[in-house]
Design a protein around this ligand. Structure first.
Ligand code: HEM
Ligand code: SF4
Ligand code: SF4
Length: 451
């Protein structure tokens, strides 16, 4: 293949594969990369929460669930007894731990969302994780919101009254729910119990949601490693002991002082309530949720063509089946032996299996190994002091569209850059080839981090 024909192939493979607007994604990703490096200077990778956001969200959710279960030994789900039942020191500690761990969970989920968005990890087969993630976010928030009824202090009563007014605005019930909150004597203990039941049942929905969330990820890191789990648990316990969650007076529906502290994650809508009507709040909620759901389609990039297996070269080692993050490879019978086959509907064209396959039996139509081999041969045909960098197009923060056809980038003098859809695509043969041809150094720049 001539240089003139291989160049468009390389450009086609790298351009257009990044989500638009590229500048926004690069800026967000650089922001995360900087925060990650700043934290990396203070803590080892295994304890750096920005490298384990999904798993850390899960761990804090587990801590919240466990402290909630222990709290049930003290809590009485009745309007007149709820507040008093959790005033003791042990119940107070568990209540605080329960609240702070759910706050930490929401914070980690929001960071996880932002980081996943910044890395544009929502396209292709990942839409399932994104879509279910939005469901998890809404469900988590709803559970926290309902949790604030449980204490039945002033903040809880305000949360309950706003919930009733919001439901009434939908006109679902002939008797408005808000009427039940007109006076303490009218309060319906059954409604209170139903909310309590929902608050403890919703985590089951969350568990099912997390299962769906990780369905298309073949080796997800569900929970944090042991040291990070211990650090999270110990810090949440320490903060809970040092700063007990406030309980500022049992709810009195006749008196609203507005002096109670609002939880910024779960009770934020209370700040808007009163300033804007219920209709506008519903509209904002619906628009926000739909906007998030639509992200994979709004910011989609060109779908990469799926990888293909050359059955005649496949030796049936099954390494690609183990390595594909999306479960797209499977073994099938072919001419009396077992070979790998790729399901085009599941394949996102990341190329990870290409790096796994010793006999180079897998081909990514947009970026054939042959094109990369020729490029390396061309750049390193004579002794060179240049380095070669394979840069993950999705995650390594390079300025958009600034790698020239000759592999030059203004911020990387003395380096030839090849952008790849995923660092996992880099076949060891390519690294050895560049070294043999005289590249001063070969670098593979990957994201390497849990979103
Ligand atoms: C309770 C809330 C959530 C929990 C516990 C959670 C947990 C996780 C975990 C453990 C992973 C796998 C990480 C790995 O091993 O690579 C993951 C992946 C993912 N999450 Fe979440 N998540 C939550 C909410 C969300 C939200 C709100 C979004 C976005 C709307 C989201 C989007 C994603 C995506 C797109 C992936 C796949 C990333 C990839 O394949 O590279 N998640 N999540
Ligand atoms: S390119 Fe390979 S590793 Fe990536 S999704 Fe397709 S089959 Fe799986
Ligand atoms: S890694 Fe390569 S040789 Fe091994 S099963 Fe997959 S395609 Fe075949």
């Amino acid at each position: 293949m001539s240089q003139a024909t291989e160049q468009p192939a390389l450009e086609a493979a790298t351009s257009g594969s990044v989500a638009r607007p590229a500048g926004l994604f690069r800026a967000l990703e650089r922001g995360f990369a900087r925060a990650q490096s700043a934290l990396a200077a203070l803590t080892p990778d295994e304890l750096n929460p920005l490298l384990h956001l999904g798993a850390a969200a899960n761990t804090t959710l587990m801590i919240s669930a466990a402290s909630g279960i222990l709290l049930l030994f003290f809590y009485v789900p009745a309007v007149d007894q709820a507040y008093e039942s959790v005033l003791g020191p042990m119940a107070g500690f568990l209540r605080t731990l329960h609240r702070y761990s759910s706050d930490a969970c929401m914070l980690l989920v929001l960071l996880h969302l932002l980081k996943t968005f910044a890395a544009a990890r929502f396209a292709g087969a990942r839409w399932v994780a994104w879509f279910t993630g939005v469901g998890l976010l809404v469900t988590l928030w709803l559970d926290g919101w309902l949790g604030y009824w449980m204490l039945w202090d002033e903040g809880g009563a305000q949360t309950a009254m706003m919930s009733a007014a919001m439901v009434d605005a939908l006109g679902l019930f002939s008797t408005p729910l808000s009427r039940g909150f007109a006076a303490h004597s009218l309060l319906n203990s059954l409604l209170f119990f139903v909310v309590f039941f929902c608050h403890i049942a919703i985590p089951l929905l969350l568990a099912a949601g997390i299962w769906l969330h990780l369905l298309r990820i073949s080796k997800p890191r569900l929970l944090t490693n042991r040291p990070l789990t211990l650090v999270l648990l110990a810090s949440l316990c320490a903060v809970s002991l040092m700063f007990p969650a406030p309980a500022r007076g049992e709810a009195d529906l006749a008196r609203v002082t507005a002096e109670y502290a609002l939880d910024p994650w779960y009770q934020a809508p209370l700040l808007l309530y009163g300033r804007v009507g219920e209709g506008l709040l519903w509209l904002a909620f619906a628009a926000g949720t739909l906007g998030l759901v639509a992200v994979p389609w709004l910011f989609s990039r060109r779908r990469r063509a799926p990888a293909k297996v050359d059955s005649s070269r496949c030796m049936g080692c099954e390494q690609c089946v183990k390595d594909c993050p999306f479960g797209a490879n499977s073994m099938v019978a072919f001419e009396g032996r077992r070979v790998s086959r790729i399901d085009p509907a599941k394949c996102v064209g990341c190329g990870i299996c290409i790096g796994s396959c010793s006999p180079a039996a897998i081909v990514l139509p947009e970026l054939p190994l042959e094109v990369l081999r020729r490029r390396i041969d061309h750049w390193f045909s004579s002794p060179s002091s240049d380095q070669l960098a394979f840069v993950c197009r999705e995650s390594a923060a390079l300025a958009p569209h600034s790698v020239t056809a000759e592999g030059r980038h203004p911020e990387l003098p003395g380096v030839r850059v090849i952008e790849v859809p995923c660092a996992g695509l880099v076949h060891p043969e390519l690294v050895q080839r560049a070294q043999r041809r005289g590249a001063a150094r070969v670098v593979v720049a990957a994201c390497g981090a849990d979103p």
